[in-house]
Design a protein around this ligand. Structure first.
Ligand SMILES: *Cc1c(COP(=O)(O)O)cnc(C)c1O
Length: 450
């Protein structure tokens, strides 16, 4: 859809667009931010929906533990640790000539079992929900049964009558493909041109059908959607609009609440929590932010992070055009090494539902992602994929902001000194060794100024 006014006219009325078009790292603090008690009402889902999703994941835990032995230590609950980033914080603050204020932590979703990225939350949840619906309706499960019985040839034969399809830049496809194939579904993943070869290989090794498209993510999704619509036994996972996907992500919040309490980290008005979420289409960060707002209310501040070449959610919310705009309309090319975030058009559902709940949106250059990838490894020994570093710069966006944001929210220096900054590390542990070594080499080269 072409813009109704020129890019120049947009730059006049919305000055940050000029920055985005010039691909400069840019941050926008949301002037429409509203008290969570009020703005949570904008979302067509409730705390009860999140509790239901959480209870469903508990019911499936015996199945998950049986089907994926790596989850036995957590009794079939798919969760990641929170880890301090003391050394990285010191190095980054020294670089910026800033005194550290508050503490920097990582939510290590790169370590999530089964698919090694944040998609192991929403993606797996959606497939489990679909499997439960089918199994209950088909008499394979009765309420009260142990779901461990789903790890059986009988159950796989039952699910084999159905199929699951998804369009993906990679990680969503991995998560949906792995869980679907393991349950016994016929699984098809429609992948965009930018998806990494190893992800396709990994899926094919699990028995998943991978269709490749030379175009970008939106085209792969559309093809997948059309094919699935023609087949009543096929469930299409809709990354842009799925409420179930969103709820799967939202369950992260109650788990994080327990983990922060275990670490002795307080969260309240005097101890603000900033959470920096890499954003592609928006479902992952949106669902997590929605859950966090339910738990921590106005004490949590969520910011979405995007590559400077793919600022789709920033543009969508800032212009108010949401999913009727794509980065291409502004001459931005959507070419980024952050393949999980290479999305040109945001989810309209997420952008609209959360437009009064998200504190800010910012962009990061690929060079910065690579540089921080190398620094994360050097300082903390943690290996993340480029997308997963997008959260790291957020702390500086907040500390150095000059848009009156902290003042407006009463985030005084005293409160900032007690703040927790949580970087959502969205993926990385499934990246093959040789690919990770290339990422690290690239990051070190950027660091060395080569
Ligand atoms: C998918 C993904 C995201 C963002 O999730 P969206 O739902 O697309 O916004 C962030 N990081 C990684 C590594 C991802 O795979």
């Amino acid at each position: 859809m072409p813009l109704e006014q020129s890019v120049n006219a947009w730059c006049q009325s919305h000055p940050l667009i000029a920055e985005l078009v010039a691909l400069r790292p840019t941050c926008w603090f949301n002037p429409a931010l509203a008290p969570s008690a009020e703005a949570l009402g904008d979302v067509a889902l409730t705390a009860a929906d999140i509790r239901e999703a959480s209870a469903r994941l508990e019911r499936f835990a015996p199945y998950i533990a049986s089907a994926f032995p790596e989850t036995v230590p957590s009794a079939g609950i798919i969760e990641s640790p929170v880890l301090p980033l003391r050394a990285l914080q010191a190095v980054l603050c020294a670089e910026q000539h800033l005194a550290p204020a508050g503490e920097l932590w990582l939510k290590a979703d790169n370590l999530l079992p089964i698919s090694g990225s944040i998609k192991a939350r929403g993606g797996i949840y959606e497939v489990l929900k679909h499997a439960e619906d089918l199994a209950l309706a088909g008499g394979l499960l009765r309420p009260g049964d142990s779901y461990a019985t789903l790890d059986s040839d009988e159950a796989r034969a039952f699910f084999g009558q159905y199929s699951v399809a998804v369009g993906s830049t990679g990680n969503l496809g991995l998560s949906i493909g792995i869980i679907s194939a393991r349950l016994g579904f016929k699984a098809t993943v429609h992948m965009s041109a930018d998806a990494r070869q190893w992800k396709k290989d990994r899926l094919r090794a699990c028995g998943v059908e991978v269709r490749e498209y030379s175009a970008d993510y939106s085209v792969a999704v559309e093809q997948g959607r059309q094919e699935a619509e023609a087949d009543p036994r096929c469930h299409f996972v809709d990354d842009e609009n799925s409420l179930n996907l969103f709820l799967g992500y939202a369950v992260a919040a109650e788990r994080l609440q327990r983990q922060l309490a275990e670490q002795g980290i307080q969260v309240d008005a005097e101890h603000p929590l900033f959470v920096y979420l890499p954003c592609g289409v928006g479902g992952g960060p949106g669902g997590v932010a929605f859950g966090l707002k339910h738990i921590f209310g106005d004490a949590v501040h969520c910011l979405f992070a995007e590559p400077s070449h793919s600022p789709c959610m920033f543009l969508g919310v800032y212009t108010g055009l949401h999913d009727s705009v794509s980065v291409y309309d502004f001459g931005i090319d959507n070419q980024t090494a952050a393949d999980g975030l290479a999305v040109g058009r945001p989810s309209g559902f997420v952008g609209r539902s959360l437009q009064r709940l998200i504190d800010g949106y910012y962009t990061v250059s690929d060079d910065t992602l690579y540089r921080q990838l190398a620094q994360m490894h050097a300082c903390e020994g943690i290996e993340l994929e480029p997308s997963a570093l997008a959260g790291v710069s957020g702390m500086f966006s907040v500390m150095q902001e000059q848009q009156g944001y902290r003042q407006r929210l009463g985030l005084s220096d005293e409160r900032m000194a007690r703040a927790t900054h949580l970087v959502w590390g969205t993926g990385g542990s499934m990246v093959p060794r040789d690919e990770m070594d290339r990422y690290l080499a690239k990051g070190r080269a950027v660091l060395a100024g080569r």
